[in-house]
Design a protein around this ligand. Structure first.
Ligand SMILES: CC(C)=CCC[C@@H](C)[C@H]1CC[C@@]2(C)[C@@H]3CC[C@H]4C(C)(C)[C@@H](O)CC[C@@]45C[C@@]35CC[C@]12C
Length: 704
């Protein structure tokens, strides 16, 4: 019997890691997620340790194992960590507001930071696999110190040495400057202005915030509030010590206004444009003369939007960055009010425990996303009917996660329709996403092949299709949460230095292909639906868009996964689902591209540098099971005529499967804004299984 202090509690997708003083018996889910036993050695009921020899055995074992680590409420939970710039915001907010995290949580956070420290140079980077930089190192250093780690503790000392050897913290990117200024260890003069009056601009101006990508909008909303209010931590003894530790010169002698555009070269990925620098200087001058009346009006206005976002998401908020800044805003406005405590309670939704310690996730989980893919992979095996309880629970999760209504006063708060959409994580979060809605539709329809399922009605599926239809952009593609609302040149104002493409929501191959697939599937189930003409037309436009962004070499670049294998998987599946002939030049070229990237070990493996550089970069070590899964799914979807590369890929996957049916966790596989990587720990169980299932159906046709 395996014992644990920590156990995952779930409720309608909400995930909270609970600590108990006394050790309790660990569930299969806890053992799987916390790696409480050597990976590959656990045997939940029905699993054994006889390694699979054939594709069919591999499928059965993979299904059996993964079905046993489904949570009680029907979803698959996993680690959605990776970025290193999130946890510091949470800890700094707790410190400033005086909200004390439980000691058990603090201990696990410290363990995480120490585990993830670069042992060679003592720093941290933008994400767990990135090179060390100032953003990562200064923020983790501050976090350790706020959690009580003394300055002379070896890990802290080493981190400080890294900072000092690289010029100190003055050259931290703007989001780091923001957090340090709130903590009172960076002067507000050292920041370019974050003008709150912007929020009062009318929507018909192309630069109005309502046109920005929702993540950018929802981060700069509370940031501009805090900047306007200059919400700053008290000058405690620890703050005074940090002022000494972070810099190589005397804090009081730093020329702060000269630091506004000082970004360390280790951190720089997206340099400011000249236009942005000119605007920043102008805004700097405006700051000195701004109207007090207008500022107050803007502060009240932004707080009303912050409150709306909090209430619509039950205080989860759209993402980890605005989550904690909104919490700070509520504290600034109301002190430790009931709303402040609603925020504090939802911090738990972002804190994820794993074998490396406790981190802040990039979202409140990836529940719906992972569950929708799992359902589709399971159905494609042809043996889902042997797992009725698992499939029924997955269907229930899908059912309760569909967003029931539009948000109130959508226009005022710049929200898109959400009735009928699926979110990425939970219904409480509720922000609709194009491709999550698409995967929700695809999996809801796929479940209809199982006689024991009480399926989601076609009316409700049509509500999802409606959201997709409304989200199609003028270019024929689909963006992530909303339509593309602003011009491309808005990107010239991107102030973030570390991310690409944050200003507006662009059309992506992933989102577009998923929407095409969902509508193609829907028209099979509802061929005489009143909107069928509209759907057909939308699919055609989508196909044109996908073809228009295919690269010369036949690939598509991925924006949310690493990288070309991910994008190309979507590109091919989208075209095939729409009915594109398999001998079309687009499909042939895409397959050729994939085959040209196959490695000697039979698999495919990309480095995260593919995303960063926007060119295919082979993984420095070996093939990766998830990249291999995507490449194989693509080739088989296109019915690639040569079976040999496919067989080599399948052999590679089987060779990597553990004897118990689980698969190893390899390199990080997700990404956002080209430069920051994010973990999808369930992908290792989903995509190899899905590829094996397709292989069996295509070539072996063996009943399992
Ligand atoms: C505001 C910034 C720059 C940082 C905060 C992080 C978030 C922007 C991103 C963290 C999770 C992301 C990646 C989110 C996750 C799901 C994807 C997707 C797989 C559904 C994809 O296909 C569409 C875009 C995603 C919603 C994502 C957007 C960006 C994040 C929220």
């Amino acid at each position: 019997m395996t014992q644990t202090h920590w156990s995952l509690k779930v409720d309608r997708g909400r995930q909270v890691w609970e600590y108990s003083e006394e050790k309790k018996e660990a569930t299969d889910v806890d053992i799987h997620l916390l790696l409480l036993k050597e990976p590959g050695t656990t045997t939940p009921q029905g699993c054994d340790l006889n390694k699979a020899q054939t594709p069919q055995e591999a499928i059965l074992k993979a299904f059996q194992y993964f079905s046993k680590v489904q949570t009680e409420d029907g979803h698959w939970a996993g680690d959605y960590g990776g970025p290193m710039f999130l946890l510091p915001g949470l800890v700094i907010t707790c410190y400033i507001t005086g909200f004390k995290l439980p000691e058990s949580t603090e201990k696990e956070i410290i363990r995480y930071l120490i585990t993830r420290q670069n042992p060679t140079d003592g720093g941290w980077g933008l994400h767990i696999e990135a090179h060390s930089d100032i953003f990562g190192t200064a923020l983790q250093y501050v976090t350790l110190r706020l959690l009580g780690v003394p300055a002379d503790q070896p890990n802290a000392k080493k981190a400080r040495e890294f900072l000092h050897a690289n010029g100190g913290t003055v050259g931290i990117p703007s989001w780091g400057k923001f957090w340090l200024a709130t903590l009172n260890v960076y002067d507000w003069e050292g920041l370019n202005p974050i003008p709150i009056e912007f929020w009062l601009l009318p929507y018909n101006l192309p630069i109005a915030p309502g046109r920005w990508w929702c993540h950018c909008r929802m981060v700069y909303l509370p940031m501009s509030y805090i900047y306007a209010r200059k919400t700053t931590c008290k000058l405690t003894d620890l703050v005074k010590e940090l002022r000494k530790e972070l810099y190589i010169t005397d804090y009081d002698k730093i020329n702060w206004s000269e630091q506004r555009n000082n970004i360390n070269k280790l951190d720089m990925y997206n340099p400011h444009t000249t236009l942005l620098n000119i605007i920043n200087s102008t805004l700097g001058a405006y700051e000195k003369v701004h109207s007090g009346w207008l500022r107050k009006k803007a502060i009240d206005y932004t707080f009303e939007h912050i409150r709306y976002e909090d209430e619509q998401t039950k205080y989860i908020d759209i993402g980890p960055v605005n989550k904690v800044i909104n919490m700070l805003c509520v504290w600034d406005r109301e002190g430790c009010s009931p709303n402040f405590y609603k925020h504090a309670d939802r911090l738990k939704d972002y804190l994820w425990l794993s074998n490396d310690g406790m981190k802040m996730q990039g979202y409140n989980g990836s529940q719906l996303w992972d569950t929708a893919f799992t359902i589709q992979a399971f159905i494609e095996t042809g043996i889902a009917n042997q797992f009725p309880e698992c499939m029924k629970k997955a269907n229930e999760y899908l059912d309760i996660s569909q967003v029931p209504n539009d948000s109130p006063n959508m226009d005022v708060y710049h929200r898109h329709f959400s009735k009928g959409a699926w979110p990425f994580s939970t219904v409480d979060h509720g922000w609709p996403i194009s491709d999550c809605t698409a995967e929700g539709i695809k999996s809801a329809l796929a479940l209809r092949s199982l006689s024991f399922i009480d399926p989601i009605s076609l009316e409700r599926v049509a509500d999802g299709v409606n959201v997709i239809l409304t989200l199609q952009n003028k270019d024929g593609g689909w963006a992530s949460y909303e339509n593309k609302r602003g011009p491309n040149w808005l990107e010239k104002f991107n102030p973030s230095e570390v991310f690409h493409n944050i200003m507006i929501d662009y059309s992506y191959v992933e989102c577009s292909a998923a929407c095409i697939q969902a509508m193609s599937s829907f028209r099979k189930y509802a061929p005489s639906h009143p909107r069928i003409k509209e759907i057909n037309h939308s699919i055609q436009r989508g196909v044109k868009f996908i073809k228009s962004i295919q690269r010369q070499d036949g690939s598509w670049i991925g924006s949310w996964g690493i990288c070309f294998t991910y994008g190309t998987w979507f590109g091919i599946e989208g075209l095939v689902a729409a009915g594109e002939p398999l001998n079309s030049p687009n499909i042939i070229k895409a397959c050729k591209f994939l085959v040209s990237k196959q490695r000697a070990d039979g698999g495919w493996g990309e480095s995260f540098k593919s995303n960063v550089t926007k060119n295919y970069v082979q993984h420095p070590e070996t093939s990766q099971i998830v990249n291999t899964g995507w490449a194989l799914l693509s080739l088989m979807s296109a019915k690639y005529p040569d079976r040999e590369p496919i067989e080599r890929g399948i052999k590679f996957l089987i060779s990597r499967q553990y004897a118990n049916g689980d698969f190893p966790q390899e390199s990080i596989i997700g990404v956002f804004n080209f430069n920051c990587m994010i973990s999808y720990s369930n992908y290792k169980n989903i995509f190899p299984l899905w590829a094996l299932a397709r292989y069996n159906n295509l070539y072996l046709k063996n009943k399992l």
